[in-house]
Design a protein around this ligand. Structure first.
Ligand code: DX5
Ligand code: ZN
Length: 223
């Protein structure tokens, strides 16, 4: 149930393939790949060719977080690059329903993300088709920011709705997740944890992942 998804945004980009393989050895469940286009967010990272270049370095599930303006246009590219889960933003300019359908038609799992100020109810019309909802716990765009605890109410609301419908949708949190904040998010009902700085910045990444996992397991929904 609990999954840890290290974000390569905080990794050594000059050795991305080795960093991806290292995360598998260190016990990660997913590899979080932050795609930014300089339009949807004020930062640019990498696109499908870079993801493709590391696909054969690890068997980790590729958890692709698209922070781009028109995700619908690029879904097939990311699928071909090896994405397993594709998450896009409900605030992007693409039609959300069409984008979900496209992701599913390509054979990927679909996720929708909401920025901190976006009501989580915006994903409710699509919930039955989703594998995951990503509730951003920082403004998307940069790693190393502070966790916004005010987003926890949205997680509680979302978890209640998922339970009410009898679904098994994962709730992912992304931004400022570390050994001080992971329990708060797990208590609220999150079960997939993205961590950039807290994993890649740690002297022992395997220990950082194991610690996040055990804190989350103990705290998950234990309100
Ligand atoms: C922010 C990205 C995050 C980021 C998290 O826009 O979506 O995935 O890498 O980094 P940390 O864990 O350092 O806050
Ligand atoms: Zn992300």
């Amino acid at each position: 149930m609990i999954k840890i998804s290290p974000s390569v945004l905080a990794s050594d980009f000059s050795a991305l393939g080795a960093e991806a393989a290292r995360m598998e050895t260190c016990g990660a469940d997913y590899l979080h790949l932050d795609v930014m286009d300089g339009r949807f967010v004020p930062n640019i990272t990498f696109g499908a060719p870079i993801i493709k270049s590391i696909r054969n370095k690890t068997e980790l599930i590729f958890d692709v977080h698209l922070m781009i303006d028109d995700p619908l246009k690029y879904i097939e590219d990311f699928r071909k690059a090896g994405a397993d889960i594709i998450t896009f933003h409900v605030e992007s300019s693409s039609n959300a329903g069409e984008t979900v359908d496209k992701i599913l038609a390509c054979g990927c799992k679909a996720g929708i993300s909401v920025k901190p100020a976006t009501p989580v109810e915006e994903v409710f019309p699509f919930l039955d088709k989703l594998s995951m909802v990503l509730v951003m716990t920082v403004e998307p765009g940069f790693g190393g920011q502070s966790f916004m605890a005010e987003t926890m109410d949205k997680i509680k609301t979302l978890r209640r709705e998922i339970q009410r419908r009898g679904l098994s949708v994962d709730i992912q949190v992304d931004g400022g997740i570390n050994d001080k904040t992971v329990e708060t998010a797990a208590k609220a009902g999150a079960n997939v944890f993205v961590a950039g700085s807290a994993v890649f910045g740690a002297p022992d990444a395997a220990k950082a992942i194991a610690d996040l996992r055990s804190l989350a397991e103990k705290a998950f929904l234990s309100v």
